[in-house]
Write a protein that binds this ligand. Structure first.
Ligand SMILES: Nc1ncnc2c1ncn2[C@@H]1O[C@H](COP(=O)(O)OP(=O)(O)O)[C@@H](O)[C@H]1O
Ligand SMILES: O=c1ccn([C@@H]2O[C@H](COP(=O)(O)O)[C@@H](O)[C@H]2O)c(=O)[nH]1
Length: 210
């Protein structure tokens, strides 16, 4: 039996990675797709006061428990289910519950730094980078973080200038060079997403035992 097809989806914050991953999953609803998001693997900061947590650089590779992420990826590749951590952006801490992820014929892994991290990248068969203009990304992030992630305007702007932008330029954007496919216009690009889905179906068809 061949191992699952591992598809990495990277890109800047609010570029549309989650949207692309969701559309790929919907288009492959007849296949077994396992999905993991790098955000779930942020280190648990529950022992740090909330005010201090707010100052952490969440855009640096060290913010993630990459050992656990790679361990889980390898488990899924070997056909084992995992218990994925669940992350609460409002409190920047892990939730008490975990989420069962069953193995699949395709493993989708999505996150800002999945192409930057060699140990994660080396597990991938197909590498995608989702691109979107910086002005659109910051506007989407501002809206999302205030509406969904419990932040206020000043916090989002301060974090963006202090951490998000420099880490994007230092780690995320350069990781585009590892991509097999760059999807412009983020999650809006149904033509590119359709082509990706077609290519994944073709890869599955040549290995029917997946
Ligand atoms: N094409 C778009 N137009 C407007 N808003 C969008 C678009 N794509 C995504 N969004 C919004 O932007 C935010 C980030 O999108 P998401 O797909 O979660 O990006 P990422 O996973 O890269 O952070 C979400 O609130 C989403 O609803
Ligand atoms: O506690 C946290 C953890 C992360 N962030 C920010 O999240 C983004 C990554 O998520 P996307 O969905 O890809 O935007 C990253 O830029 C971190 O700054 C946070 O604000 N708080």
């Amino acid at each position: 039996m061949s191992s699952p097809l591992v598809v990495g989806i990277a890109g800047g914050t609010a570029s549309g990675k989650t949207t692309v991953a969701r559309k790929v999953r919907e288009a492959l609803a007849d296949c077994r797709v396992a999905f993991i998001d790098q955000d779930s693997y942020y280190r648990d900061l529950k022992d740090m006061p909330l005010e201090d947590r707010r100052q952490v650089n969440f855009d640096h590779p060290d913010a993630f428990d990459t050992d656990l992420l790679v361990h889980h990826l390898k488990q899924l590749k070997s056909g084992q289910a995992i218990q994925k951590p669940a992350y609460d952006f409002r409190t920047s801490s892990r939730q008490a519950n975990t989420v069962l992820v069953e193995p699949g014929d395709i493993i989708l892994i999505e996150g800002i730094l999945v192409l930057h991290m060699k140990e994660v990248r080396d597990q991938m068969d197909v590498k995608i980078y989702v691109d979107a203009d910086d002005d659109l990304r910051i506007l989407r992030r501002l809206t999302r973080d205030i509406k969904d992630r419990g932040r206020d305007f000043d916090h989002v702007v301060g974090q963006y200038l202090r951490h998000v932008r420099p880490m994007h330029m230092g780690f995320v954007e350069p990781s585009k060079h590892f991509a097999d496919i760059i999807i412009p216009h983020g999650g809006n690009n149904d033509i590119a997403i359709g082509m990706l889905v077609g290519a994944l179906r073709a890869r599955l068809a040549v290995s029917p035992s997946r």
